[in-house]
Each structure stands twice: as C-alpha cells, then as structure tokens.
Design a binder for this molecule. Structure first.
Ligand SMILES: [Zn+2]
Length: 442
C-alpha cells in the first residue's frame, strides 16, 4: 500500500549531517503544509505540492506533525511484568532483593505476554525501533517479528566463570542460536547484538570470549556501563581501573558498542568512548528513579560522542514513553549544569531519532525523514490543547507532547497502529493474559 500524507508539518532532526557526524548544535528541518509520499515501504518524496496521479491511501495531515519514529535504544521488554513491583529503592537493593528473585519466576509464556504488552505501549507512544537486552531473547525476537517493529536484540551474558567460553556456556549458546536464527531477519528488521550485562556481573574471560565472538560474526555490542557510583568505585578498587578502561582492555569496544547509562564516566573514559566510537544510551528517568545520578550528556556531546535515549525497563521508569524521556533529558541536563541552554530541544530530538539510529547501526535506513529512507514514521496530533500554539514544533515535541498524542505508527510503510487501533497485536488478549500472569509475582 502507498500513502500520501497531505498538508502535514514535517519535522526531522539534522537531516543534512545524519550519517556519522555528531554535532553539539543540532539542526532541525521543519516544512509546513508538506506532501509526503510513501511508496514500497520508503519515503519517496517530500514536497510542497501534491504529486500527480496518486492512487494509494490519503492521510489528512492538517494540525499534525509527521516525524521519524522514535528509537528506544535501551530496554528490557519482559521486565514490563515488574511495572510498579518494587519502587523507591537504589539499583543494587532493587536488583538483588526484588528483581532477581522475581525474574526466577518468569517463564517463556510470561516473558512472551509481557513483551507483547511492552510492544503495544511502545507502538502507541511512537517508537518504531528498539534495542532490547535480556534473556528469553528468542521469544522477544518472535514477538517483535510479529509486532512489525524494528529491533536490535541481545542475550545478556552474566557469568563469573574463570574458564568462560561462549561456545560451552548455556547463555552463550543461546546468543549463538539467536544469531543463527534471527540476525538479519526480514531484510534486517531484526538484528542481533552481542551483550555482556555489566562489568560487575562478569569476569575478564567473559569479556574476551564475547567480544571475540562479536568480531568474528560482525555483531554490535550492548552493555551497562558505570550506572552507579558504587559499581564504578568497586571496579576501581577491584582492578585499579574504571569499568570503561578495564572493559576496553579486554576487547569489549573492539566492535561498535552501545553503552547504557555512563553516569560516572570520567574525562579519560569520555576520551576513550570517543576514540572507540561508542554510543552512549542515556536513560534519564531510570537514573533519576533509582537515584543513580545524572549522565554528563553535554560533555559527551561536546566530545562528539553519539548519545541516544532509552527508557531502560519499565520497572525502573515506569513507562516506555520516549516523549517523557526527551523532556526529562532536557531538564536534567539543565539542572546538572545550572545552565538552561545545556541541552536544547533540537539536540534532544536528534538523540531520540538520529542518535538512536546511529547506536543501532541503522542511520542509513531510519532516524530521519527524507526521500530514500525507510518509511518509519509517526504522526503526532497537534490539535490537542497542550500542543497549541505551536510557534516551534520541536519545542512542543520535546517539552509538551506525550506518547498518547501519537495517532499513527508506521514501520517500513506498514501502518501498525492508527487512531487507537493496533493492527499487529491483539490488545484485548494481551491485557487479559498480562493481568492473569501478574498473579504469579504477588
Ligand atoms: Zn538496563
């Protein structure tokens, strides 16, 4: 099906320098009353005049903004089971006393239904591509495949085995099977990444083995890095090096890496991340909720490091709404630096779109809205009271819009959600099963 968006306001971050270049001042392209043609899954034209002889489906874009789908570059889908399960703890108490014991009760079928629930929320709030790091990854991949979104999926390795070998470890074998089954599925709609959960949940032998496998198979890497002061300082005490430097020593950054959090990275770490081309995934709400700290985003951007946004799991957030994440990213950077210009709306929009695409290795296919890109698009209803007036739509997107303002979600030219209706998820079934499945955690 081909689509024509008529008289719509187009907003896209930094289209000219979308590939490879990271700038501290982001450009934004805004076109009012535009006609956007989607043919064969791609954006084929963005124009001020309607195309001649169009025969597909027309979508009224008046008082609406058409923008690239948002990218959630760090989450853990099945943990949607733990929304509101253990609030108001620090990361280590939250994990050790509540989340790890609850995860022991997760089964493949509960992981499946809560992944579906997460995907419904993600779709309805305007995300078109996500990066997930967890276990039950084969189930997650099959749920994403059916939901119609794009995803980079990884099976996180946790191990303290001094003789670790990815090929003999059960978790490592799951990663290898995942790569063999899903990497490149549907012309790259699903990609598999290697992942080490974190420095504090593994050993050097794990890092070498996983990174060698990633290099061999041409995979990207995903890891949690310096999320808490405790973790950062315990690593220095244990190895005499920061998490970034010790992980680098054992090869983790030899492949393109997404490092989630990076709250406690020091100046040398930042230089190392820049040299290695690591993307930092900023999760401001999770970091605030667990009182972990504030990622130094302004310093990262001025060091020309790519920064993307993630929600982390909803059990430390407690939603998958990237609009909330954008607003909080902007606000928390201002508080951290005592400077209202520390992180501007256009920069935040870029992080949530182009930045996410770079982190996923997808910047040639999505993250920006111009001809030739995949039609991964969302339509935001600017007719809602809290989005009027609109002097600058970028300001409204970052500071005023909410996930529930999204009225359409399209991935590769296929509409997966429109006006409250889901076309790839049986929402009533999912809600019923999720409510029943939650009983095992009570
Ligand atoms: Zn995480």
């Amino acid at each position: 099906m081909n689509y024509l968006f008529e008289k719509v306001t187009v907003v896209s971050a930094d289209t000219e320098s979308q590939v490879d270049r990271v700038e501290n001042t982001a450009k934004t392209e805004i076109i009012s009353d535009a006609y956007v043609l989607v043919e064969d899954g791609k954006i084929s034209s963005v124009d001020r005049e309607p195309p001649q002889d169009f025969t597909g489906s027309r979508i009224d874009g008046r008082n609406k903004v058409l923008m690239p789908g948002l990218i959630n570059a760090h989450t853990h889908l099945p943990m949607t089971a733990f929304r509101g399960y253990a609030d108001d703890y620090d990361l280590h108490t939250w994990l050790n006393s509540y989340i790890f014991p609850a995860e022991d009760k997760l089964t493949d079928s509960t992981a499946s239904v809560f992944s579906d629930l997460a995907l419904a929320e993600i779709i309805a709030s305007g995300t078109t591509s996500l990066s997930d790091m967890y276990f039950f990854s084969d189930t997650i991949a099959s749920r994403v495949a059916e939901a119609g979104l794009k995803a980079n999926i990884s099976r996180a390795i946790v191990s303290f085995d001094d003789d670790y070998d990815i090929r003999t470890d059960k978790r490592g074998q799951e990663l290898i099977d995942l790569v063999n089954t899903w990497h490149g599925y549907d012309s790259g709609r699903i990609l598999i990444e290697a992942a080490v959960h974190a420095e504090y949940t593994s050993f050097p032998k794990v890092w070498t083995s996983v990174s060698e496998y990633a290099s061999e198979r041409g995979l990207r890497m995903h890891i949690h890095l310096s999320e808490t002061k405790f973790e950062h300082e315990a690593c220095i005490e244990k190895y005499g090096m920061t998490p970034a430097s010790i992980l680098n020593k054992y090869g983790i950054f030899n492949v393109s890496t997404s490092a989630a959090h990076c709250v406690y990275v020091d100046r040398d770490d930042i230089e190392l991340l820049r040299q290695k081309g690591v993307s930092v995934i900023h999760n401001p709400i999770s970091n605030m909720k667990l009182a972990s700290g504030i990622c130094p985003v302004s310093e990262l951007l001025s060091s020309r490091i790519n920064v993307a946004l993630g929600t982390d799991s909803v059990s430390s957030n407690n939603s998958h709404d990237i609009f909330e994440e954008m607003k909080c990213a902007a606000l928390v950077a201002k508080i951290r630096t005592n400077d209202p210009s520390a992180l501007k709306a256009a920069q935040v929009l870029r992080m949530a779109t182009v930045g996410g695409a770079i982190a996923q290795g997808r910047s040639n296919e999505c993250g920006a809205l111009y001809p030739g890109m995949d039609a991964d698009l969302i339509l935001v209803d600017f007719d809602n009271p809290h989005l009027i007036p609109s002097y600058n739509p970028v300001s409204n997107i970052v500071y005023s819009a909410r996930g529930c303002d999204v009225v359409m979600n399209m991935v590769r030219g296929r509409i997966v959600y429109k006006d409250g209706e889901f076309f790839t998820i049986d929402l009533e079934r999912v809600k019923r099963q999720a409510r029943a499945a939650a009983n095992i955690f009570r």
